[in-house]
Design a protein around this ligand. Sequence first.
Ligand SMILES: Cc1cc2nc3c(=O)[nH]c(=O)nc-3n(C[C@H](O)[C@H](O)[C@H](O)COP(=O)(O)O)c2cc1C
Length: 213
Amino acid sequence: MADLGELREEYGHDSLTEESVDPNPIEQFRVWFQEAMDRKVTEPNAMSLSTVDESGQPWQRIVLLKAYDNKGFVFYTNYDSRKGKQLANNPKTCVLFPWILLERQVIVTGTVERVSTAESLKYFSSRPFGSRLGAWVSNQSKVVSSRSILLAKFEEMKAKFKDGEVPLPSFWGGYRIVPETIEFWMGGKSRIHDRIYYSKQQDGAWKIERLSP
Ligand SMILES: Cc1cc2nc3c(=O)[nH]c(=O)nc-3n(C[C@H](O)[C@H](O)[C@H](O)COP(=O)(O)O)c2cc1C
């Protein structure tokens, strides 16, 4: 057995208080996201997205956050993928930003909705040519018998569409995670970590509480 019992870091270079955080968790997220960028976290917009299948089995995968504001957190994917099917059946989700370099994590729970086709098209059009073709090539999450099939499909799509003329696939687009709770976690000395937990109230206001580490 690989024993990792001695692998531990002492945290606590910073602290987070109920008084110091922004009353709006999206603004607090903006501050932390900027710090993650300033500290050169690799792909700070990478988040682990959880979904649950019909049998209750949870699944996770990394997706990239492409936009956020008071309405929610937006990522793009294939609507027919495994996650797409699971979200169609159960739109409840949870995402986690693992900013371990900063001794921080942010956990968002909420419900997804599809962004408008216009919003998906705007983002799709901004992607490099190869990525736009890639959306057409991949039947995301389906079994494929070999890599060469994907490469052949890529060449086929390259011949079919010219740069600038790749249409938005009907099966591809964005989801907005409309947040219901957002937790900001920061490592503290002797495992006395800070956990500031925002939950959305009926009237739309955010309640702020501290959770025990
Ligand atoms: C760093 C990183 C970023 C990724 N970004 C995305 C993304 O934005 N959208 C996406 O559909 N898949 C993305 N993927 C691939 C997903 O993790 C996953 O393999 C894919 O979406 C299929 O997931 P599913 O079969 O559970 O639907 C990314 C993977 C990594 C490692």
